[in-house]
Ligand binder design. Sequence first.
Ligand SMILES: NC(=O)c1ccc[n+]([C@@H]2O[C@H](COP(=O)([O-])OP(=O)(O)OC[C@H]3O[C@@H](n4cnc5c(N)ncnc54)[C@H](O)[C@@H]3O)[C@@H](O)[C@H]2O)c1
Ligand SMILES: O=C(O)[C@H](O)[C@H](O)COP(=O)(O)O
Length: 392
Amino acid sequence: MHIIVDDNVLLAEEFFSEFGEVICLPTSEITNAVLKEADMLICRSTLRVDEALLKGTRVRFVGSPIIGTDHVDLDWLESAGIHFTNAPGCNADSVVDYVLSSLWHLAEQEGFDLQLNRRFGVVGAGQVGSRLIKRLESLGAEVLVCDPPRALAQESGEEAAEALNFVDIDHLVAECDVICVHTPMVTGGEYPTHHLINAERIRAMKPGSVLLSAGRGGCVDTAALKQRLQEQADLLTVLDVWENEPDIDAELASLVDIATPHIAGHSLDGKMQGTEIIYQQACRHFGLPARRKLGQLKPDPWLRKLVLTGWAPPEEALGLCVRACYDVRRDALGLRRYQRRFGNAEGFLRYRREYPLRREFSTLRVELKKNARELREVLEGFGFSRVKLASK
Ligand SMILES: NC(=O)c1ccc[n+]([C@@H]2O[C@H](COP(=O)([O-])OP(=O)(O)OC[C@H]3O[C@@H](n4cnc5c(N)ncnc54)[C@H](O)[C@@H]3O)[C@@H](O)[C@H]2O)c1
Ligand SMILES: O=C(O)[C@H](O)[C@H](O)COP(=O)(O)O
């Protein structure tokens, strides 16, 4: 078998070589001509996968080791008998780490307490949103949720009921102090997400509130957001995803508090999990046993363990752990540096391609020397799931 893989897919050789010859290429070199003799294509969101790319090729299996599927013409692939699979949930924890690192940073910058007097709103309660809700609730936060497809599925008994505070989008926008958008790009049907956060809703946001967008750029009307930031400058904003990536609105980027180049899901753990999921799907599809396991291939984190005395107040302890593991400011500064050097669109693309190593909160072991049960709960709630208390 010939397997063409985007060279940004991690561990491609290690997982896919048992199927045949693995050829890794930059996205720009994956063309219809290159795919003529290929049987399998493994690519990321940067490649448009449609009839123009695949017509007349031998490709029968396409895998994308990411969550989103809006780069793929699913209907055409189905009609052409080409099997497609993505990797649901693979980088969801990475996105939640990004969100919490951003909120922690804004809280520090503005001098507010993340847990006090803030009502959170999560738009889109799928793999990302529901994990975010869990972490926020375990910190004691009140969370309103807008996800009409899930609310409907629960109401009709199609999905097991979960105790979520479902509200409609206008209610959520009016009531919340922090709004996190984690919806896919949906253009048709009953619940489209294009400009779900539209001009009217942007105008309705409370002064001083936070808008964070890490689903797809088109879910927020960014021209309207820019207008509010220019006219009132009374929102805190975090944008990881943009309209017209990679040629993003530079003026808007200069106005938002944290601007990053679509890297919320780019932890090493998320990328490697994505490859493993596609490998498992390929094994199932071609009737082979899945012998290779990510556990054997994943490197140790650079920072294995943090030892805290346990006396630190929770915000300080969280700050130490967040800064040690993933500080979102690195990526905001990195984007600016790359854009200054390479220009707006090329800087955006290059930073993603050369993305520095990042591990998830769950890879850091935290040892508390004092038997600080409450602090442990806060750290675990935030996603540092490997906290150990001193035995005495
Ligand atoms: N920034 C990044 O790096 C990054 C990383 C991973 C995923 N994403 C994006 O985030 C999206 C969500 O990821 P996920 O894993 O949670 O996907 P998911 O498919 O598990 O969940 C999406 C949720 O959105 C809900 N939804 C659909 N239409 C809606 C609407 N109109 N209003 C409110 N909710 C709606 C769905 O019912 C579903 O529960 C992905 O589709 C992808 O586009 C971005
Ligand atoms: O949908 C996803 O999983 C994310 O948006 C993912 O991080 C996209 O990364 P890319 O494929 O563009 O490298």
